[in-house]
Write a protein that binds this ligand. Structure first.
Ligand code: GCU
Length: 610
């Protein structure tokens, strides 16, 4: 009997931890009733995961009675003889949000588990529901409230939430979070990346309180190829959500429409819109939109625009646009750690604006929500990317599920942001049968979830018919994407900048082309002749030569050079020059603009945008 009970417990724990990945993500946390849990948390560094496994390396949570040794029980000795070999409350504090690498010197290179603990009181209004909402936590996160497992989330850059309604108490709650940022072969991303593996609860964490039956999700955007029609849906969550009234109002357009949910609590709708101020780069107009039911009401600021391709053109509201962009990593210009704040986003996007950009490529993973909400307000078009980077385990089903789940969470979060025009499936992934089918499956999933945006990826480029001087795209995934993007480093990894003048590009596919990366490393303040590697003059010449070469590509419709700001990478170790920093930024990590910044600015200032 005892064994049967143990089996059932193991089964429940496994299902519970798996099911958390598909937890109903609450949309628009921005404008909901929330209580922040940001601030100082107690933490324990646990490289051997001693707080999660017993000495036989069996998970405590699979035991019927985990006992006090499991850190998630936040136990104290019962008396002076009792043995408990940890005490959160006697530990130091660490700030949430924020990576641990740049907060604690002894954790700079740390890759492993850190336990976080926060005690709090919470007065949940009668009949309401409550959720613990994480904007992001890198990489694998196990969450426990008052000793009970809420669930597990895998993926370091997308939001997730767990319901706490039946567990949270008015006083003395303790939320224990196990964050493990170990890189793993079957992960997304996989073992090797050219960015710092910032670990921790890296973005805001909050409690969201909702009514018993609430508005969990909605999609309110113009129908593809029809700028006179809003086509969307709303989804309720709760016990009593069938045949419920949902109203959508956009006062400035004199729209207030009522719809009724089906048996599953969902309703799809179409709303004719006559005179819309279309969102654009020059007029980033956002409408106040309210979604309301008898129990819940949520507001959002939504821009309406169309984005599509026609032959080799990218059309924003029907007009051809050239994407004058820059690639950006999510690093704080002030703290030099994982970015997360509105101030971080403002500084990065202001620099992009100063550069003359109308577009940014948020590499290589979903950035925090401030970036896209600010881009909505500033009129900056956005490429968002799933961290399917380099040599992913293409044959592994759970790797695919993980990649799809992270993309799903990103699309759920940002599908109402007018600034977001491109979902990128991947970056620089070596072609193979398995990789092609993995990416095609992701693209199919994405189109079904959001038919209104364009799909791209940094594809593989190669020589044209074996030529030494003509380049092309032979990547099979080029058939699937809407925009042909690829990274090329002629003049840095491939010859010297003068080589650009000998190269031409022949791309026989009738789609727009974006060069998603090019660049060169330069240490700010290091000067010499333009052939001297790492000088600002070398980088400046690379930009001059590359821009000349790229202008020869007839269907070139955008560029996002690599990269706005120098960023941390453990792969960049050259003494006196890199020392843990990738130096391809146009701006140093101290905010100093290099000479190449002004080359690109001049190019954009003189570039027609249509
Ligand atoms: C690659 C990759 C980037 C990397 C860059 C570089 O194209 O996409 O993530 O940082 O090259 O080598 O600096």
């Amino acid at each position: 009997m005892k064994n049967l009970f143990r089996i059932l417990v193991v089964l429940f724990a496994t299902v519970n931890s798996l099911s958390a990945q598909n937890n109903n993500l609450l949309i628009n946390a921005y404008n909901r009733k929330t209580t922040s849990l940001n601030g100082p948390w107690k933490y324990i560094v646990d490289p051997y995961e001693n707080g999660f496994y017993n000495y036989r390396y069996e998970p405590f949570e699979n035991q019927s009675n985990p006992g006090k040794a499991a850190f998630f029980t936040n136990s104290k000795p019962d008396n002076k003889s009792d043995l408990v070999e940890y005490d959160f409350d006697k530990m130091d504090n660490i700030l949430v949000p924020g990576d641990w690498n740049t907060q604690k010197e002894n954790l700079y290179y740390y890759e492993g588990t850190v336990w976080y603990k926060k005690s709090f009181d919470y007065d949940l209004k009668d009949a309401n529901r409550a959720f613990a909402y994480f904007e992001a936590s890198n990489y694998q996160t196990d969450v426990y409230l008052n000793g009970k497992k809420l669930g597990r989330h895998v993926g370091g850059f997308t939001p997730f939430n767990f319901e706490i309604t039946d567990i949270v108490k008015p006083q003395d709650n303790f939320l224990v979070v196990k964050v493990d940022n170990k890189r793993i072969k079957d992960g997304v991303p996989t073992l090797n990346t050219d960015w710092w593996n910032y670990g921790g609860i890296t973005r805001d964490i909050k409690i969201i309180e909702t009514s018993k039956n609430f508005i969990q999700d909605y999609f309110i955007q113009l129908a593809p190829k029809n700028n006179k029609l809003i086509k969307g849906y709303a989804k309720l969550d709760g016990e009593d959500i069938a045949n419920k009234r949902v109203s959508i109002s956009i006062p400035e357009l004199k729209i207030k429409k009522e719809f009724t949910t089906d048996d599953t609590g969902q309703v799809s709708f179409e709303i004719d819109v006559k005179k819309v101020k279309y969102w654009s780069v020059n007029q980033p107009y956002l409408y106040d939109v309210t979604i309301e039911t008898a129990e819940d009401k949520i507001t959002d600021k939504i821009g309406f625009r169309t984005i599509e391709t026609s032959g080799t053109n990218i059309l924003l509201n029907g007009e051809s646009v050239f994407l004058k962009g820059i690639s950006i990593h999510e690093e704080s210009p002030s703290r030099h750690g994982r970015g997360y704040s509105k101030e971080d986003a403002k500084q990065l996007l202001q620099w992009a604006k100063e550069l003359g950009c109308n577009y940014v490529r948020l590499a290589h993973y979903p950035h925090n929500e401030h970036m896209v909400r600010l881009a909505d307000q500033m009129g900056i078009l956005v490429w968002e990317e799933n961290p399917v980077y380099w040599t992913i385990s293409w044959d592994n089903e759970s790797t695919y599920e993980n990649a799809e789940n992270q993309l799903s969470e990103l699309i759920t979060r940002d599908k109402n942001r007018a600034s977001v025009i491109i979902w990128s499936m991947a970056n620089e992934t070596p072609t193979s049968e398995a990789r092609n089918s993995f990416l095609n499956k992701l693209a199919k999933f994405t189109r079904a979830k959001d038919p209104t945006r364009l799909i791209s990826a940094a594809l593989e480029q190669s020589s044209y018919n074996g030529s030494n001087t003509i380049r092309t795209i032979h990547d099979p995934f080029a058939e699937t994407v809407d925009i042909l993007s690829f990274n090329q480093y002629i003049g840095w990894y491939d010859g010297l900048p003068e080589k650009c003048s000998a190269i031409s590009w022949k791309i026989d596919i009738n789609k727009p082309v974006i060069i998603s990366e090019f660049g060169a490393g330069a240490k700010y303040g290091l000067h010499g002749d333009k052939e001297e590697r790492w000088t600002e003059e070398y980088q400046e010449d690379l930009y001059l030569q590359t821009l000349k070469m790229l202008d020869q590509i007839d269907q070139l419709k955008g560029i996002s050079p690599w990269i706005l700001v120098d960023f941390r990478s453990p792969r960049r170790v050259l003494a006196e020059i890199q020392e843990g920093w990738n130096r391809k930024g146009l701006i140093s990590e101290q905010g100093e603009k290099k000479k190449a910044f002004f080359v690109l600015k001049n190019y954009y200032d003189n570039k027609k945008t249509e």
